[in-house]
Each structure stands twice: as C-alpha cells, then as structure tokens.
Write a protein that binds this ligand. Structure first.
Ligand SMILES: *Cc1c(COP(=O)(O)O)cnc(C)c1O
Length: 358
C-alpha cells in the first residue's frame, strides 16, 4: 500500500516543540493520518498537517452518531526505539465497533499503516520517562451530508496522536451506579463508540458532587452483576484470587484486561472471569476477604480503587494500592518499555522516519 506524505509535514514536525508539561491528551502532534472511503472503496492513506476537519453540517455522524474510535500507545523502549503494543487487537476491535454501527471496517492493513506512519514520523515526540508515551487515537466517522436515517455512503478515518503522561486516575472512589446504564447488551456496550461515553457523563457529574471519581456500572439487564467503569475494566482480589467480570455483552473487552489476565496467570495467580454480584462484592469488601480492587485501561494502565460507595455508605478497600495491582502494573510496563523480554510477542517495533532526510 502506498501512502502520500503532504509536503508541509516535515516543516510542521521541525517547527513543533514538545512542552515540558504534557498532561494526558491535551498536547496534539502536528500531523495526522487520513483515509477516505466512498461506497466501500478506500482511498490511499495520507499524512497531513494536523488541523480542523471540514464537515458538512448535515454529515450523518453529527446526527446519528456513526462513529467509533480506538485508544492505544507507542512506547519508548529501553534500546531507544519506539514500539506499538498489540496494535492488531485495536485494529480488530475497531472493525467490530464499525460493523456494529453499519460502517465499513477499516482494513487491518490500512489501520496498521495509519498508526505506524504517525508513530514513525512522530518518533521524536514519544516521551522517554516511564509511564509516558505517544497516545494514538484512531477514529472513523460517517460524513455523508444527508439527514435520512441510513448508513452513510462516505467515511473518513483519522489517526491523531498526543505525547502524554500516564492518565492519573489516583486512588479512585467508585460510586455503584444503580439507576443509569452506560450501554445495553445487544446494543453498543461491547463496542468502542462515543455514544457510550456520552451516556456515562451525567452519572459521573452526579457522583462528583458526592465526592466520588467514577461510576461502577452494573449489567444493564440484571442490574446486579458488575460490568466495568466508563472507560476501564474492573478487577478485584478475593481470597487471594484475581476476579474480573466475564464478558457480558455490555463490557468493552480491554486489551489491558486481556494482557493483565495473561500476566497474572504467568505470575501464578488464579484468575477467574465470572459474574461478580455487587451485593456479594460489597460484603466481601466489608469483611476484608476482598483485599484490593483496581481498574485498568490503556490510558491509566492500572488504577487502584480505594472506596466503593452507594446509598448504604462506604466500603473501604484495605490495601491501596494493593500488592497485586502494583505487581501487575510493573510487569506490564516492563514489557511495554522494553525492560523485560517480550515473551508473549506483544510488541511491534516501528521503523522511525528521520524528518531531516525528507
Ligand atoms: C477503551 C475502554 C476500556 C479499556 O480498553 P483498553 O483496550 O484496555 O484500553 C475499557 N472500557 C471501556 C468502556 C472502554 O471504552
């Protein structure tokens, strides 16, 4: 597959200075990848200067939410190189999300070309401190300017990038959300779509007023078993075993979740994917047999949970951060940052482009 590099890309990159303070997802790399799809036919990919999109106000994405996205990272490894972490998983998940919303999946080769090209050209922007990375945000949207309710005939795929610190979620206080649902089984709960996030915001705004940080979403069908957080999967250590909710149809299958399950088993933990009844979980936290809980995702990696709260009061985790969370976070980062052998074949080194040769 060929790719077009816009003539201004090299000067955009040369003129860009990475600020001292990065934060998460606020500093944007000065270039982005773009490809278009018309009637099922994909264009050649292009690397172009970062800038606003031109969308017709009637574009279907703005009215009927035909859009999905991914979140992934390029890491600076110990040998000075740059690597992507399990990007094929993100390509496959984005194809799944796209199909759910009746959008043409981005072919894996085009997806990989997009994330590799942005990473290759932005290699100098990949920060080197542990926990920092180049956060990549691929997204796909339906652009046909037409208010009829039907799938768009035209789409645009972008990859933007942001040199970032780890997303600091801190020791999180979770509110057990018993009223609203984030997403439905049979709906878009297992797809990475913006609408799921939009549906989570009111709950988060309410619980912030009560002094909490994040919602703990229950299964929308039974309102009894734990699903996940708005953008992170959930784990609890119960009687020394690692428990995480089985994929219920309304849980987004995290790449971090899968990686931690693999690492935990390698480290000798018993890992169970099962239904976690919220009342039983709260009782286990209260009697101490649930010693720690944490959330995980690409952005925040592993985030310890300090408190679960509901109308009956607060349930305090005894160990924050707990030893299992600390150990798994380290084991994952050791692979991602090249300190440990890539024994599961997860890392995809990227051949860097020197913009001064352009
Ligand atoms: C992205 C996301 C996650 C985490 O997935 P990772 O692949 O580990 O980053 C978890 N839950 C939801 C709802 C998400 O959107």
């Amino acid at each position: 597959m060929s790719i077009e590099i816009h003539p201004a890309v090299a000067s955009c990159l040369r003129g860009f200075e990475v600020p001292d303070r990065l934060g998460f997802g606020t500093v944007m790399a000065p270039v982005m990848f773009r490809a278009r799809c018309q009637d099922g036919c994909w264009s050649t990919g292009e690397l172009v200067p970062y800038g606003p999109l031109a969308l017709d106000p009637a574009a279907k994405v703005l009215h009927y939410a035909q859009s999905c996205f991914e979140g992934m990272k390029a890491y600076r490894t110990r040998d000075g190189g740059v690597s992507l972490f399990r990007p094929e998983r993100n390509a496959a998940r984005m194809a799944h999300s796209a199909e759910r919303l009746c959008m043409p999946p981005v072919p894996e080769s085009l997806f990989m070309e997009g994330v590799r090209t942005v990473t290759a050209y932005c290699a100098n922007l990949v920060p080197a401190s542990s926990g920092e990375s180049l956060y990549l945000r691929p997204f796909l949207l339906g652009t046909q300017p037409d208010l009829s309710v039907s799938a768009s005939a035209s789409y645009e795929f972008y990859v933007i990038a942001s040199p970032s610190e780890a997303y600091h979620a801190g020791n999180m206080r979770l509110w057990v959300e018993r009223e609203d649902s984030r997403a439905a089984v049979g709906g878009t709960g297992d797809s990475k779509v913006g609408g799921n996030y939009a549906a989570s915001l009111l709950s988060i705004a309410r619980l912030k007023k009560r002094g909490y940080d994040q919602s703990l979403w229950l299964n929308p069908g039974n309102r009894r078993t734990v699903d996940e957080l708005s953008g992170m999967n959930f784990f609890a250590v119960i009687d020394g075993e690692l428990h995480t909710p089985a994929l219920s149809g309304s849980i987004l299958e995290g790449v971090t979740r899968d990686s931690l399950i693999t690492l935990a088993r390698e480290l000798g933990y018993t890992v169970r994917e099962l239904d976690i009844d919220i009342e039983e979980l709260l009782a286990r936290v209260r009697d101490g047999s649930c010693s720690e809980a944490f959330a995980c995702g690409t952005a925040a990696i592993v985030s310890p949970i300090s408190v679960l709260g509901d109308d009956n009061g607060e349930y305090l985790l005894s160990s924050v951060p707990g030893p299992v969370a600390v150990c798994l976070r380290e084991a994952l980062l050791d692979i991602q940052e090249g300190r440990a052998e890539d024994r599961f074949g997860w890392m995809r080194p990227v051949e860097v482009v020197d913009i001064n040769d352009q």
